[in-house]
Design a protein around this ligand. Sequence first.
Ligand code: HEC
Ligand code: HEC
Length: 320
Amino acid sequence: MKTFSRFVLSTALMGLPLVAVAQEVQPLPESVKLNDAKVELGKKLYFDKRLSKDNTVSCASCHDLSKGGTDQLPTSTGIGGQKGPINAPTVYNSSANFVQFWNGRAKDLAEQALGPVENPKEMGELWPNVITKIKADAEYTKAFGAVYGGKITKENAVDAIAEFEKSLITPNAPFDKYLRGDKKAISAKAEKGWKLFQEKGCNSCHEGNYFGGTAYQTLSEDYFKDRGGEITEADLGRYTVTKDEADKYSFKTPMLRNIAVTAPYFHDGSVKTLDEAVKKMAKYQLGEELKPEEVSAIVAFLKTLTGEYEGVPLDKVKAQ
Ligand code: HEC
Ligand code: HEC
C-alpha cells in the first residue's frame, strides 16, 4: 500500500509519533456559522436550471438533496440526455473533503462549482451567458446587491453556491449519538461492524470523522481486471491531473457518511449494493475475503452513518 506508507512517512516528517495517527472519531458538528444571505443566494443558484444551456439541468438535477445529494445513477445525465463518464458523489458534507472531485482537480467548492456549468456533457453553458440570464432577474439583482455590492460575476456566483454547500451538513446520525455516549443508539451487530471496520483496517483509508475525504488512495488493478471492459479516462483517477504513473487508479477516498443512501457505488457506479461494495473493498484493498456475517455487520455499521439534514433523516428528505 504505497499511498498508506506515504501517509506514514509524512506523519514521520512532521515529527509526530505514529500513535498519533489513530485519532478518535468525533461526532459531526450540529451547526456551522455561515453568512445566511449568501447561503440563500447560493441555494437559489443551486436549484436554478438557467445555469445550463437549454435551461433543463441544475446542480440539484445530479445532486438531489432527497437522493442523498446524488442522482442515484451509475453515471450522471447532462443536457440533451448525455451520459457522463463517472458517478456523482454526494454534496452533503462535501465541504469537509480535502479536495473536490474523484481525482481532486478542484481545490475547493468554489473552484469545483465553476466546472459543471461549462462541461459540455453536464450543463453545457458559458458563464457569460449565465451571468446575462441572472442579470435579467430582479430577485438576483437584489440578492447580489445585498451580498456582493451588486457585482454579478461568476466568482461571486460560485462563492455563494459554495456557501450554500457548506450548509449541507448531516449531524445526528445514530453513530454520532453512540459516540456521544448513547450506547443503545446502534445495534449490537452494528457495534460489531464498527469493531471489524477498525480491525480489518478499513479506517486506514476511510479515516477521520467523515470516514474518508482526507487523502488519495489507489484502487487495486485487480478490481479493473475483474470488472472487465475498457479502462476509461475516468478510471485513471488522479493520473489525469498529474500524469504521474504512481497516480494511476488513485482516487480521493470517498467519505462513508450517508453511504447507505447514495448507491450505486465506486467512481464507475458499477457496484449496486453496499454488501457488494464492502466485499469488494475487503478483497481488493485489503486482500481479504470477508465472511458473510462480517459483511453484514460492517453494512449494519455503515447504515448507522446516515445523518439528518435540517432535522430530517437523510433517507426521508423531500425533493424541492
Ligand atoms: C450532469 C450532472 C451534474 C451536474 C449538473 C452537476 N454535477 Fe456536480 N458532479 C457530478 C459528477 C458526475 C461529479 C464527479 C465528477 C468527477 O469527479 O470527475 C460531480 C462532482 C461534484 C462535487 C465534488 C464532490 C466530491 O466529493 O468530490 C461537488 C461538490 C459538486 N459536484 C457540486 C455541484 C454543483 C455546485 C453543481 C452546479 C453548479 C453541480 N455539481 C452540477 C455531476 C453533476
Ligand atoms: C487502501 C485504501 C482503502 C481501504 C483499506 C478501504 N477502502 Fe473503501 N475505498 C477506497 C477508495 C480509493 C474508494 C473509491 C473506489 C472507486 O473509486 O471506485 C473506496 C470506496 C469505498 C466505498 C464506496 C464509496 C462510494 O461512495 O462509492 C465503500 C462503501 C467503501 N470503500 C468501504 C470500505 C470498507 C468497508 C473497507 C474495509 C473492508 C474499505 N472500504 C477499505 C479506499 C480504501
